[in-house]
Unconditional design. Structure first.
Length: 337
């Protein structure tokens, strides 16, 4: 009996090891994953715990080296790291979050801390104060420890703390105390008196200038423009996953490549199951589209239906249905960059 148990145990270990992607393979995909959050999400789910954090660091380094405005790069950091925390799995989510705050440039953390507080790490209405404060204390301890070896580590950890304070609701004051307690002693007074009040706009205009000046960081991106580039609405909260262990009956989260969610066919979500804020340009410019985009049924993808978003000639001034000469101009690619 014992021999069978040991055999099953070692077989399980062998299966797990075989399922993990070797470093040489994921390292070759870093560039692609930095550009495509769907590929990133599918890739990171196949890595070992140690490789997941190394992978996040390499992806963020790759994005840092890309050309583009502060807004374009911040949107890319948001997309990639949002995919990372969604695909990493709850057991490794705390380590992934610490790696994000240790490796994303401070100027882009101005956006990430706000967006993560609204969505991935938002506090649910059923989470009590004690549970929330335990999560904040444990997570901040881990984040501060990881950021200690990064440049401007205290400030980076404070950005993570701002995320928790924003998500705290009525417990914001207690969360701030827990955040400050987790920071290095030499930074606690400045965080309490300057960094946090300014970033939150407490009795003053909101500004990240004191934090970015302390880090000698780059230009702060315009947040509205960043969100316009990567349109995003609230997704499910992952705050509780920062607790130790894996949630019961958890399946591998995330949509695999080639298997988009049903709502994807009805314009509601993108391929990562994230709500989209505007109609994709391809849906506007075609007079007919697959029926699945309208019905939401993937089985209708081979049928063609009139595109309700197509505006060619529908708003001419003579009431005759319009001509090619007076068509409405459609949005062009990268219009908002």
């Amino acid at each position: 009996m014992k021999s069978k148990i040991f055999a099953m145990f070692f077989a399980l270990i062998a299966t797990t090891l075989l399922a993990q992607m070797p470093r040489s393979e994921w390292h070759a995909k870093v560039g692609e994953c930095a550009l495509d959050p769907v590929v990133l999400k599918a890739t990171i789910s196949q890595l070992s715990s140690g490789d997941k954090t190394a992978f996040i660091a390499e992806v963020n380094e790759a994005i840092s080296k890309m050309p583009g405005s502060a807004e374009v790069k911040a949107a890319q950091f948001l997309a990639a790291n949002r995919a990372a925390v969604r695909g990493v799995g709850s057991a490794d989510r705390g380590a992934a979050l610490a790696e994000i705050y240790a490796t994303v440039p401070p100027e882009s953390l101005t956006v990430i801390n706000e967006e993560f507080a609204k969505s991935e790490f938002s506090r649910s209405s059923t989470m009590g104060d004690v549970q929330f404060m335990n999560i904040v204390s444990n997570a901040m301890s881990r984040i501060a420890q990881r950021c200690a070896s990064a440049e401007s580590g205290s400030l980076r950890a404070c950005f993570a703390g701002l995320m928790f304070i924003r998500a705290a609701g009525n417990s914001a004051d207690a969360a701030m105390d827990a955040v400050i307690a987790a920071l290095p002693a030499e930074s606690q007074q400045e965080a309490r008196n300057t960094w946090i009040p300014s970033a939150l706009g407490k009795e003053q205009p909101q500004s990240y200038d004191p934090m970015l000046a302390a880090a000698q960081a780059g230009e702060e991106p315009d947040h509205v423009t960043v969100i316009g580039i990567y349109s995003q609405q609230i997704v499910e909260s992952m705050l509780a996953d920062l607790q130790a262990g894996v949630l019961p009956k958890e399946q591998a989260d995330g949509v695999k490549i080639g298997h988009p969610p049903v709502d994807f066919f009805n314009f509601d979500v993108d391929a990562m199951s994230v709500k989209m804020g505007e109609i994709p340009r391809g849906r506007i410019q075609l007079p007919t589209i697959p029926g699945s985009f309208i019905t939401g049924d993937p089985a209708d993808k081979h049928t063609q239906e009139e595109n309700p978003w197509f505006s060619d000639g529908r708003h001419s001034g003579d009431g005759d249905g319009g001509t090619a000469g007076d068509r409405e101009p459609g949005p062009y690619w990268l219009q908002k960059l």
